[in-house]
Design a protein around this ligand. Structure first.
Ligand code: FA5
Length: 339
């Protein structure tokens, strides 16, 4: 009987099966229990030995039951856990999210304005030839304006572009008029940094060339940008200024008001009508590449501005260096939303 019982116990595949075996052998009216009940009918001299025998069987069965129960319980728990591991209804754990850098947010806003006005958007090389960064922009080597943009020179004679204006040249060499384009990208200047000057910063350059383009178009375009940034009542100011690649040249500022009631003229950048020498330099480059001279006699305007200035005011960042110090206390404030 012990042998059968233990074979059945080990064959039990579920706790329910095992319970059945247990009832059959050691339950109230189980086989072992019944056997114990027959002891009283035995002669007293046999009773003790028979009792010990049945008890030994019972203990062996109990031990086998306990062991098998442990095995089946563990198996049931494992099955439960592994089915829970793929419970697709559980809420996710959430991932730490990044966010767009404040300068990219301002860029996206500015570029959105120009895309709506039909401008192409390009970037360009940060390592630039001297000819594109200076000469072709009417800044010969002896020109004092070179000192205004102190330059990082590379050992091979090239440089890190000091502004995005060389892309005016590159774009015109590749495209014929009429054209409207904005350039985004990093620029570099070898200068002492302070709260409003970095040695690496960004510019947005605009270039428009076409028949009859005038200073009025330039002013209208900057005013449209200001309205895009600061709403219908935005004001713009132009002051005469000098850049070798434009004539006449101007600096422009936008009247900036914020909800805290602060307001001021925000000096944004420079602009002007393309200098004839620039068109000539473009045609020379085109000719050297076997392309037609199509720029002499054209008119157009260009402008260049620094998005950092806009971002500092928009987000209340008091020092331009905070943008590039990779301090999570600053950039962490721009996590999450992408706008
Ligand atoms: C220029 O770089 C001209 N290429 C702009 C231009 C383009 C004029 C087309 C006419 C026609 P400027 O050096 O002023 O100009 O720089 C333009 C803007 O870049 C400045 O108004 C300012 O917003 C930003 N800027 C200049 N230097 C720094 C700097 N060190 N750190 C942060 N922003 C700067």
């Amino acid at each position: 009987m012990q042998h059968e019982a233990i074979t059945e116990i080990q064959a039990a595949q579920t706790l329910d099966d095992l319970q059945g075996v247990k009832t059959r052998y050691v339950g109230k009216s189980g086989l072992v229990t019944k056997e114990l009940g027959t002891l009283g009918r035995l002669p007293p001299e046999e009773r003790k030995a028979r009792g010990a025998e049945i008890n030994a069987v019972r203990q062996a069965i109990d031990a086998a039951l306990t062991e098998r129960e442990g095995v089946l319980k563990r198996a049931a728990l494992d099955a439960k856990l592994s089915s829970e591991a793929i419970d697709v209804t559980l809420p996710g754990l959430g991932l730490p999210s990044g966010g767009l850098h404040p300068i990219n947010r301002v860029y996206d806003e500015l570029i959105g304005i120009y895309e709506r006005l039909g401008y192409a958007v390009v970037e360009g090389p940060e390592v630039e030839d001297e000819h594109y960064n200076f000469e072709a922009l009417n800044v010969p080597w002896y020109h004092p304006a070179r000192d205004l943009q102190d330059t990082f020179w590379l050992e091979d004679g090239r440089l890190l572009r000091t502004h995005t204006s060389p892309m005016q040249i590159r774009y015109m060499v590749e495209h014929e008029p009429a054209l409207k384009v904005v350039v985004r990208g990093k620029v570099y200047r070898y200068e002492a940094t302070d709260a409003t000057h970095e040695s690496m910063f960004h510019q947005l350059e605009g270039l428009v060339v076409g028949e009859g383009i005038s200073m009025a178009d330039l002013k209208g375009t900057i005013a449209e940008m200001a309205r895009g940034l600061y709403g219908a009542s935005a004001k713009v100011r132009f002051q005469p200024s000098y850049y070798p690649f434009v004539e006449p040249g101007a600096d422009f500022a936008v009247w900036w008001e914020n909800p805290r009631g602060e307001s001021k003229w925000l000096e944004l950048g420079g602009c002007g009508m393309i200098h004839p020498n620039v068109f000539k330099a473009v045609d020379d480059l085109r000719e050297a590449q076997g392309k037609a001279r199509v720029y002499e006699g054209q008119t157009g305007f260009a402008f260049g501005l620094g998005p950092e200035r806009i971002a500092m005011l928009k987000y209340g960042v008091p020092d331009i260096r905070y943008f590039y110090a990779n301090d999570p206390r600053v950039l962490g404030q721009f996590r999450g939303e992408l706008g």
